[in-house]
Design a protein around this ligand. Structure first.
Ligand code: AR6
Length: 345
């Protein structure tokens, strides 16, 4: 059921359904509509002719012909007239109706372009926000385990904007320390690098203590048998995760959905002893559980990871945690804009 933002040409995706940002006639046009009709071949237009058009905010489904997917869901988005002409409600309705149609037709995966954000002029950052909010809202209330992709085609057109992005950029500027600075901090004194603050470098030097240190392990072994040492091992990542879910009052499903993790991966973590999830998965849970920074670091450590100021991904995550912003999908938008791995799957 998770949501993933990807950069691709939607006509190449091997998913069950792709969504077409159409117009009310459903008889083709420019933009993604033109690409889809060209790639599907003339039979798509023939089928579309039988549908008698479609209202803005509604959706209709057809076969996919020469496309690698099974279905095309056509939805005419609203034309942007400045935002006070019900554009947002209509755009939300496009996503909801398309999701419904995909679900009714048994689709397990569906890919959306950013509807209305091209020829119809909806500002891209807002169009993305509406897409993410509406799709995640839909996924949270359905039993279906659909995998949903938002396909962002044109990276140049996807401008980082708005207060959130400015705040993230500022935080990165203040805290991100590139590797070479850590290795050669003295070069900064010679003015070769202009990033700031000695204390950041000191914090970084202290950061990689993710793994229990050797002295601690030596003590454990010298004070008792190996058996005792094994018995005394700390709570594992999976144990901590399940405990935190219980403490949060969420159900397992509420938590993995909020973390953008699918049920299969969650049950692997829960049931396969010693299973090691990746760092974005661990962080997705830490965020879904709204853990403060120290606890998030503790959870990471249990899975063998750490947060470092010399890793851009980590700095972005730290920004969100320290600012108490725990929306995985909002974080993913920012990670996506910075070309970083996304949280969850
Ligand atoms: N794959 C993924 N996304 C794409 C692709 C592609 N191959 N091509 C474009 N996009 P638009 P609209 C992105 O203009 O704003 C048509 O004439 C593009 O960068 O296709 O809803 C229809 O017939 C943009 O972000 O659709 C309507 O008349 C997004 O898809 C009108 O355009 C949507 O841009 C609909 O306008």
């Amino acid at each position: 059921m998770p949501l993933k933002i990807i950069r691709n040409d939607i006509t190449t995706l091997k998913v069950d359904a792709i969504v077409n940002a159409a117009n009310e006639s459903l008889l083709g046009g420019g933009g993604v509509d033109g690409c889809i009709h060209r790639a599907a071949g003339p039979q798509l237009l023939e089928e579309c002719r039988t549908l008698n058009g479609c209202k803005t905010g509604d959706a209709k489904i057809t076969g996919a012909y020469n496309l690698p997917c099974k279905y095309v869901i056509h939805t005419p988005g609203p034309i942007w007239y400045g935002g006070s002409h019900n554009e947002e409600q209509l755009l939300k309705s496009c996503y909801r109706r398309s999701m419904q149609l995909a679900e009714e037709n048994g689709c397990e995966s569906v890919a959306f372009p950013l509807i209305s954000s091209g020829i119809y002029g909806y500002p891209k950052a807002e169009a993305l926000r509406v897409a993410v909010d509406t799709i995640t809202g839909y996924l949270a209330q359905t039993e279906s385990e659909m995998m949903v992709y938002i396909v962002v085609f044109d990276k140049k057109a996807y401008q980082i904007s708005g207060k959130l992005f400015n705040d993230v950029a500022q935080f990165i500027d203040d805290n991100y320390v590139e590797e070479h600075e850590l290795l050669y901090p003295e070069t900064r004194r010679r003015g070769l690098f202009n990033r700031r603050s000695e204390d950041v470098v000191l914090e970084c030097a202290a950061a990689p203590q993710a793994v229990p240190d050797d002295t601690y392990m030596m003590q454990m072994f010298s004070e008792g048998s190996l058996e005792d040492a094994v018995k005394n091992l700390d709570e594992s990542f999976a144990e901590m995760l399940l405990r935190k879910i219980d403490e949060s009052g969420m159900t397992d499903a509420e938590c993995y959905k909020k973390a953008n993790i699918d049920r299969k991966l969650f049950s692997k973590i829960k049931n396969v002893k010693g299973y090691k999830p990746g760092k974005p998965t661990v962080l997705a849970f830490a965020i879904a559980l709204e853990l403060p920074l120290e606890e998030a670091k503790d959870m990471l450590m249990k899975a063998g990871f750490a947060l470092s100021r010399s890793n851009l991904f980590d700095v972005i995550i730290e920004f969100f945690i320290t600012n108490g912003k725990y929306n995985v999908f909002e974080i993913n938008e920012v990670l996506f804009a910075y070309d970083q791995s996304l949280l969850g799957v």
